[in-house]
Ligand binder design. Sequence first.
Ligand code: PXP
Length: 237
Amino acid sequence: MLLGVNIDHVATLRNARGGIEPDVLTAARICKECKVAGITTHLREDRRHIKDSDVEAIRMLPHIRLNLEMAMTDEMQEFALKIRPHAVCIVPEKRQELTTEGGLDVEGQLDRAVKFVQPLLEKNIEVSFFIDPDIHQISAVSKTGAPFIELHTGRYSEVFGTPEEEKAFQDLKGAAIFAQNYGLKVNAGHGLNYQNVKRMHEIPNLVELNIGHSIIARSIFVGLEKAINEMKALCEG
Ligand code: PXP
């Protein structure tokens, strides 16, 4: 499995003091040196961590794949069409939430989703929808033309190590196989850490894991390069 590193929380720390440190671009360059599959950033409506200028600067770095997480809004679509990231992951967004709490309801807004992804696909941007492991959502995504889903691993991560882990894990595994039978490629992410990531190898043909918080948290103690390389080894191993 490939590793995409979400560097939003480098910006969260920077913004805590309103200055320029730690520098998001330096983090992006370290990701590149570690040869990760890509960098992921979530440009939120309230710009609480990553800002437009950060995303634009990362996009200008040569030889690094940018996966832009964004809400299904006209503003974000315009931004994505302007900077043309390699990939876009469409996520739900509520201002009050601490982080992305649930998957996107694609089924409930299918017409909008179909229209939304069209111009992105025409620009050869790889589109995924961030959804819960739910067969209705998967079959809705299969009607949009998007080639990927990203499965929300939040529930699995939350109950990891408890009696509820097995059901949450089997839900993910079943959803991944169901999606692949529809011809969709499957990524996963949210809440993954150095322990719970290992079971992702039991899910067949996962393409990429997008991981942020646990890597940035560990980097405080061991440095970013080591934190990334340890996670990369777990993903690839
Ligand atoms: N994937 C998606 C779609 C997300 O919204 C997030 C959080 O921004 C992640 C992956 C990474 O989650 P975490 O920071 O918990 O690793």
